[in-house]
Design a protein around this ligand. Structure first.
Ligand SMILES: Nc1ncnc2c1ncn2[C@@H]1O[C@H](COP(=O)(O)OP(=O)(O)OP(=O)(O)O)[C@@H](O)[C@H]1O
Ligand SMILES: [Mg+2]
Length: 413
């Protein structure tokens, strides 16, 4: 299908370069920072202003791919920091930068362990070239994160509805909270029903920040800002809510979303996307970035008819089709058609079936507490736990890891 942007179709976490800047404060500080944040594939993970603290700052983060060290403030201390970093984290690419074209300083920083050196001022292209050179050193990043078990690629799952009220938000919230119950996981739910979403209500969260705040600050997003913008539920599930003002839904475009999903993926194990029913460009972008697209249906005519239409559209895109899995919701309810008839019409079996449980679901929705907390021993929560396990086990089976550096530089235009 024509609308699906080919470039969207890669898992963007692979395309992100995690960067830490070591730069003692001076008047060029902001300009330098913004140069890095202008490069779309750079994820500015942390900034450090004291050479002595560099190692500690890095130890509290996902291990970066590149550390940039400005050496002018104190060459001795800078070289010591570089040396320690090169010894303790040999996979990290170190880029030394200086305003002075001083041959001795260049030599000293390279001997300490810097892999590249740039003299300021330099342009974005020069910086990008330096990152390419660091890639040629062949440092494939292997270290797991600190505090987040991200040895595996972040799993992105979308819930796409076949009509209104079919259960996308209920499934997003409950699968998200079930995944978040595992202390090894760090899970975020993104409400992409931009105008009319209600994931915040389903979680009883009053958010200080929403997607539109992130978009307003898209050029200066860093880990701290991003984490501060998420609302945390007591289950551990984080939420990035839809914009407060309905009119803000229209300002969010695919580029914004790609960047935000990529950044969230860099610091979470699972992303759950609750899509709108209008197949906006942002929904299509989200579909293209998802590992699994759960198309939610119920056994009634409108839902099945729309599911058939959606399947034919999604299947026409060779890369999206295989990621689509049918989820039958509210099994056990009185229905228009039988499951067998639905399978025949849809031309494929259901990947998962969720039972109908009006009472438990309503209590959970009304209290804003996912069932993993409000009804942990209920049959429907058991079903969600098995569903989450199935998703995770399928992911392990499907894994075909591409190296970070390979995808970073081969996918870039
Ligand atoms: N398995 C289930 N058992 C019982 N009730 C359910 C189940 N799944 C969803 N519901 C109920 O169906 C209603 C609609 O669910 P939900 O809001 O999750 O759907 P949606 O697809 O997100 O809707 P919208 O189109 O408004 O975004 C809710 O009242 C919810 O409690
Ligand atoms: Mg919904």
């Amino acid at each position: 299908m024509a609308e699906f942007d080919q470039n969207n179709n890669t898992k963007s976490e692979d395309n992100l370069l995690r960067l830490v800047i070591m730069n003692p404060p001076d008047k060029g500080h902001e300009a330098l920072r913004s140069m890095f944040t202008q490069i779309p594939y750079v994820w500015l993970q942390a900034e450090c202003t004291k050479y002595e603290f560099l190692q500690d700052v890095i130890a509290n983060q996902t291990t970066p791919h590149v550390v940039v060290v400005a050496i002018d403030a104190d060459l001795e201390k800078a070289c010591k920091a570089i040396e320690r970093l090169a010894q303790e984290m040999p996979d990290v690419g170190i880029l030394a930068i200086s305003k002075r074209d001083d041959g001795q300083a260049i030599l000293k920083s390279l001997r300490a362990g810097a892999k590249e050196f740039l003299t300021m001022p330099f342009g974005v292209d020069t910086l990008s070239d330096a990152l390419r050179k660091l890639e040629k050193v062949g440092r494939v990043h292997k270290s797991p994160t600190v505090g987040v078990n991200k040895k595996e690629k972040t799993l992105i799952i979308s819930f796409l509805g076949s009509r209104g009220g079919v259960g996308c938000t209920s499934l997003s919230v409950n699968i998200g909270a079930t995944l978040a119950a595992d202390p090894h996981n760090k899970v975020v739910l993104v409400d992409l029903d931009l105008a009319l979403g209600d994931a915040d209500i389903a979680l009883d969260l009053v958010a200080d920040y929403t997607l539109s705040d992130l978009i307003e600050n898209i050029d200066k997003l860093d880990m701290t800002f991003l984490n501060r913008s998420l609302s945390k539920h007591s289950t551990g599930l984080a939420l990035l809510p839809h914009p407060l003002n309905v009119s803000d839904a229209t300002i969010i475009n695919e580029d914004h979303l790609k960047r935000i999903i990529s950044l969230l993926a860099a610091c979470h194990t699972h992303l759950v996307l609750d899509l709108s029913k209008s197949l906006r460009p942002t929904d299509i972008c989200a579909l293209a970035m998802s590992d699994f697209i759960f198309l939610v249906v119920q056994l009634e005519i409108t839902s099945i008819r729309n599911a058939i239409r959606l399947l034919s559209t999604l299947d026409a895109d060779g890369r999206l089709g295989p990621r689509v899995k049918l989820v039958l919701n509210r099994v056990g309810m009185v229905t228009d058609i039988t499951k067998e008839k639905a399978v025949e019409l849809l031309g494929r079996p259901f990947f998962w079936e969720v039972p109908n449980d009006h009472k438990v679901m309503m209590e959970s929705r009304n209290s804003g507490t996912p069932m993993v907390k409000s009804a942990p021993v209920s049959k429907i929560q058991q079903n969600f736990s098995d569903f989450a396990d199935e998703i995770c086990s399928k992911t392990k089976a499907n894994k075909g890891a591409k190296s970070f550096w390979h995808s970073l530089f081969t996918n870039k235009s």
